[in-house]
Design a protein around this ligand. Structure first.
Ligand code: HEC
Ligand code: HEC
Ligand code: HEC
Ligand code: HEC
Ligand code: HEC
Ligand code: HEC
Ligand code: HEC
Ligand code: HEC
Length: 312
């Protein structure tokens, strides 16, 4: 931008000398009036002559490539004569964005669980560039990096503690493959959801939930619900002793438990994403899971040490 700024600082002098551009046309609607109006010589610069860096990236936002005036109401003469003047948007974010993205407004209005990131600070521009970007969906940085730029601390609201996902992923030995391969939005909605934790399908909160397929619909997006539902198997799960399905033993009509009693869904220090401890109210009970070549053992607070052997 430096070069063009210098250039336009000299423009008044050039114009005075009668050196006016003949075919000066940036094709940007906002400045068209100035360019075609004979009252103002064609020398008046267009927005992108000074701000080209904003619209140069590979992923373009079509309203910005079309005309800056879709969102800004800058008085160009005031702007160029008096230096940069207020950022005059035609409406505030997010209302500005909703004028075109009506379906998204509807989602935010109707879905019960709205991501705080859409509401705080810069709202939509916490994550998106309104102009252009090197990332898909006009994101400010790569998707996972973007999520972790906020989820790198124990965010608390109303005294609520939240897991520091960045730290968890960094220190853990075992990462749930989709966290690495797909990033955060294979499982979470970025804006809003009707499900807990902004998930793409239903999943319960807390340690207990009816041990039926529907409770954990989210996990069955990628895993087979047989691991929960069949009492005897030599194939549906490796959490079995011989052919006794230990997922089923732990979770059935009498034992309505959540997967997160044993697993961490993001990452863990232990094989098979097994948690190190379970939280019951204010108590942390260690699980003491020890994997074996064909099976493993636990010595949790809830029962004596037990081993399983999953040889067929
Ligand atoms: C002669 C060069 C020049 C032209 C032409 C120009 N700008 Fe600017 N503009 C600047 C400079 C310099 C700044 C301050 C530095 C920055 O933010 O990049 C600025 C800042 C801005 C800002 C931020 C203001 C703020 O409060 O932070 C907006 C928005 C903006 N320009 C929009 C426009 C639009 C829209 C047009 C076309 C109608 C335009 N500019 C044309 C030079 C120009
Ligand atoms: C879709 C709406 C939209 C369009 C179209 C648009 N802008 Fe913006 N612009 C914004 C918003 C929103 C911000 C505030 C960004 C923020 O909060 O970080 C902004 C900020 C700016 C800034 C301040 C610096 C910055 O990078 O944040 C400049 C300069 C600017 N716009 C120039 C332009 C120019 C030049 C065009 C036309 C090429 C344009 N804008 C088109 C929405 C738009
Ligand atoms: C927490 C970061 C974040 C915030 C805040 C955010 N978005 Fe997004 N947005 C994303 C991500 C990530 C995607 C890509 C989703 C995907 O790949 O499935 C996306 C996709 C989109 C898309 C394209 C796909 C679609 O869902 O239609 C639009 C349009 C969009 N966002 C607009 C907005 C608007 C408008 C706001 C403000 C109300 C906003 N976003 C706030 C992260 C965010
Ligand atoms: C004047 C209408 C208009 C406004 C205002 C507008 N958008 Fe868009 N937006 C579009 C159109 C049209 C598309 C689809 C074509 C495209 O990708 O450029 C789009 C696409 C997008 C996408 C998806 C890009 C992709 O790569 O798929 C995102 C994200 C987005 N807009 C965010 C925003 C945000 C954030 C705002 C507010 C700062 C906003 N839009 C304001 C018209 C608008
Ligand atoms: C600008 C900061 C910011 C960014 C970027 C951000 N988040 Fe958040 N996120 C928050 C805040 C703030 C909360 C609410 C914390 C609270 O309730 O205490 C939250 C909450 C969440 C929750 C819990 C929601 C619930 O209902 O329990 C999930 C899941 C989440 N974010 C996922 C993501 C994903 C995925 C991304 C990337 C697409 C992302 N976040 C990007 C700030 C951010
Ligand atoms: C395999 C699916 C999956 C992926 C990928 C995933 N999550 Fe989650 N996430 C979940 C589930 C399930 C929960 C709810 C259970 C829990 O909190 O352990 C959750 C909960 C959360 C929470 C709320 C934690 C709390 O304490 O309430 C945040 C924040 C979050 N995820 C952020 C992220 C971020 C950031 C990424 C990307 C680095 C990500 N997630 C990737 C499935 C996933
Ligand atoms: C009582 C603790 C416990 C609970 C509750 C639990 N799991 Fe597991 N799960 C394990 C153990 C231990 C393994 C490791 C088996 C092996 O390979 O030795 C495992 C393995 C798995 C595997 C790897 C494939 C397989 O089945 O061997 C998946 C997927 C899985 N569990 C999903 C779930 C889901 C989904 C839920 C909730 C519906 C759940 N688990 C509840 C203990 C548990
Ligand atoms: C987006 C797809 C996806 C979702 C949703 C998903 N997983 Fe996974 N999960 C995978 C993949 C891929 C693997 C690695 C291959 C395999 O073991 O099936 C895996 C592996 C696992 C493992 C075995 C790790 C090991 O080392 O043995 C456990 C345990 C697990 N997932 C639990 C869960 C639980 C619990 C849920 C629901 C809360 C869930 N997954 C939801 C894709 C997913």
């Amino acid at each position: 931008m430096g070069k063009s700024l210098l250039f336009y600082t000299l423009l008044p002098f050039l114009s005075f000398l009668g050196l006016v551009f003949q075919d000066f046309d940036d094709g940007k609607g906002a400045t068209e009036n100035y360019l075609t109006n004979t009252q103002f010589p064609a020398a008046e610069p267009g927005c992108v002559d000074c701000h080209s860096d904003l619209v140069e990236s590979t992923v373009q936002h079509s309203p910005a490539s079309e005309s800056c005036a879709n969102c800004h109401q800058v008085d160009l003469r005031e702007h160029t004569e008096n230096g940069a003047r207020g950022l005059m948007l035609v409406a505030d974010v997010p209302e500005l964005c909703f004028t075109c993205h009506t379906d998204l407004r509807q989602n935010l209005d109707t879905l019960g669980n709205v991501h705080q990131a859409v509401v705080i600070e810069n709202k939509c521009t916490n994550c998106h560039s309104p102009h252009s970007s090197e990332e898909k969906n006009l994101l400010l940085t790569g998707q996972k990096k973007l999520c972790l730029s906020c989820h790198n601390k124990d965010i608390s609201e109303d005294g609520k503690k939240m897991v520091n996902i960045k730290k968890l992923i960094t220190v853990s030995k075992v990462i749930h493959p989709p966290v690495n391969n797909g990033g955060c939005v294979v499982c979470h909605q970025p804006h809003a959801s009707s499900n807990n934790y902004l998930l793409i399908s239903s999943f319960p909160k807390g340690n207990y939930a009816p041990a039926i397929r529907d409770s954990f619909a989210f996990c069955w997006e990628c895993h087979d619900s047989d691991l929960l539902e069949v009492a005897k198997t030599t194939s549906a799960t490796n959490f079995r002793d011989g052919d006794i399905n230990l997922h089923y033993v732990h979770m059935n009509a009498e034992n309505g438990r959540n997967c997160v009693i044993c697993h961490n869904v993001h990452a863990s220090m232990n094989e098979h994403l097994i948690e190190t401890k379970v939280r019951f109210g204010n108590w942390d009970l260690p699980i003491k899971f020890v994997p074996a070549e064909k099976g493993g053992s636990c010595f949790p607070g809830c029962h004596a040490e037990k081993a399983y052997n999953n040889i067929d």
